[in-house]
Design a protein around this ligand. Structure first.
Ligand SMILES: Cc1ncc(COP(=O)(O)O)c(C=O)c1O
Length: 427
């Protein structure tokens, strides 16, 4: 078996040029070669004879992926649908629910992914749906996060609460199991944004806690090609949920359903909602197989990421120098084995500017674009950052193709880039 790290990268991720230091798996993921090869084969098959592919083959392939995914997640595959990404899944849920606009209210948190928060805002702006936002300023203890949600849930009658397994920026883990339990206690439906979910965190909560709606990207941490996510829908919502965009299957709403049709309703609705390239989604089984057979399974992957992450944290802290901190709490439950955040060291010269970035979104955007372009183009070592709670948090990812050298190189270059961009602004 090829060892994770440099040799693994060379063999299974040869598409990544040697001068690129990939420490941002969290944003888009990277697909291993055997899965990419399979994707190419599928594309070829699709283009050879589209009539056969779309009319006869596609639905069977779709169901085969659901079955493989259902087994991996330990859930009934009839409760799963495939969508291109987490944003679309969140949109599908928010725009399917027949809101009672007089009474229904939605609860989200301030570190909700921007695209998904905007989906809530859109339903507010277009329909008038009310929503509240819980302010989360990190670092935070899990018990304080839970208390903030509880406080809101006790006082209001929320129809639905949307929260993450792991937030995007900063890349912090929420106590999602406790939050599902809290919502259940108050009869609030849960919409869980597990964009950073399958392949990164334990998804056992699906089976154990039976939330209402969960979406997880599979192109981020499960080695599937881009445009692959699933939406888990509790059976009690199968009739309500609609495809995004609304399409052929909406007609099923006015059809009398047999028991068998009801059992397969989610499949009937979601397997086809317009002609797109479905081949990425059809690689799920292959991606799961890659992780099991070539990587040696989820535990082995998780252990490599956890061990390398410990080393990487020390390296980045050392390279960033005095004043740099790991985003953590007293129970060490903020980071997952795959993503960690380090603050950019503040000093007499830059403190005011960094604090200004957390107050002015316009200044932050301008600064961010400048820094990111430099990182991507000049250094080919990119890690996203956010101005949050008077700090600049840089999010590093750790994966099976990484080595300690990736963090030495990227930390040096990222620090240099941010320093240069701050100096530019202070001139
Ligand atoms: C927490 C979270 N939600 C949603 C998304 C959106 O994912 P996608 O672009 O695949 O829809 C991301 C992407 O990084 C994310 O981090």
């Amino acid at each position: 078996m090829t060892q994770f790290g440099a040799e693994f990268r060379e063999k299974y991720f040869p598409q990544v040029p040697k001068d690129v230091t990939p420490v941002n798996h969290g944003s888009y993921g990277l697909t291993p070669k055997p899965v990419l090869d399979f994707l190419n084969e599928l594309n070829h098959e699709q283009e050879e004879y589209p009539d056969e592919f779309y009319l006869l083959t596609a639905k069977n392939k779709y169901i085969a992926q659901l079955k493989a995914l259902g087994k991996f997640l330990n859930v009934d595959y009839h409760n799963l649908a495939l969508l291109p990404n987490a944003t679309m899944s969140v949109n599908a849920v928010l725009r399917s629910i027949p809101w009672d606009l007089k009474n229904d209210k939605v609860l989200i948190h301030s570190s909700t992914y921007g695209g998904c928060a905007n989906s809530v805002k859109f339903v507010h702006d277009s329909l008038g749906l009310q929503y509240d936002i819980i302010d989360l300023q990190y670092p935070l203890e899990d018990k304080d996060v839970i208390a903030k949600f509880e406080e809101k849930l006790t006082k209001n009658n929320y129809k639905l609460c949307m929260f993450d397994t792991v937030c995007s920026m900063p890349g912090v883990r929420l106590p999602y199991e406790e939050l599902i339990k809290a919502c259940k206690k108050y009869d609030t439906w849960t919409l869980i944004d597990a964009a950073h979910g399958a392949g990164l965190v334990d998804m056992g909560f699906l089976h154990k806690l039976k939330p209402d709606f969960v979406t997880s990207n599979l192109h981020k941490w499960l080695c599937a090609p881009k445009s692959t996510s699933f939406l888990y829908v509790d059976p009690k919502h199968h009739k309500t949920i609609q495809t995004f965009p609304i399409s052929w299957s909406y007609a099923l709403n006015s059809t009398e359903l047999t028991k068998e049709m009801e059992e397969n309703l989610l499949i009937e609705k979601f397997w086809f909602s317009g002609t797109i390239n479905y081949t990425s989604g059809f690689c799920i089984e292959k991606a799961i197989q890659f992780r099991k057979e070539i990587c040696g399974g989820e535990e082995k992957i998780n252990k490599y990421q956890a061990d390398l992450q410990k080393e990487a944290i020390d390296i980045v802290l050392r390279e960033f120098g005095t004043g740099a901190k790991l985003l953590d709490n007293s129970t060490h439950t903020v980071s997952v084995a795959g993503m960690f955040n380090i603050s950019f060291p503040k000093n007499e010269r830059n403190t005011k500017f960094i604090e200004h970035l957390t107050e002015s979104f316009a200044a932050y955007r301008k600064f961010k674009v400048k820094c990111e372009t430099k990182m991507v183009v000049d250094h080919k070592a990119f890690a996203p950052f956010i101005a949050h709670n008077n700090e600049l948090w840089i999010r590093f990812s750790v994966n099976i193709y990484n080595t300690a050298a990736d963090y030495e190189r990227s930390a040096k270059l990222i620090k240099q880039t941010i320093e240069e961009c701050i100096e530019d602004e202070l001139k």
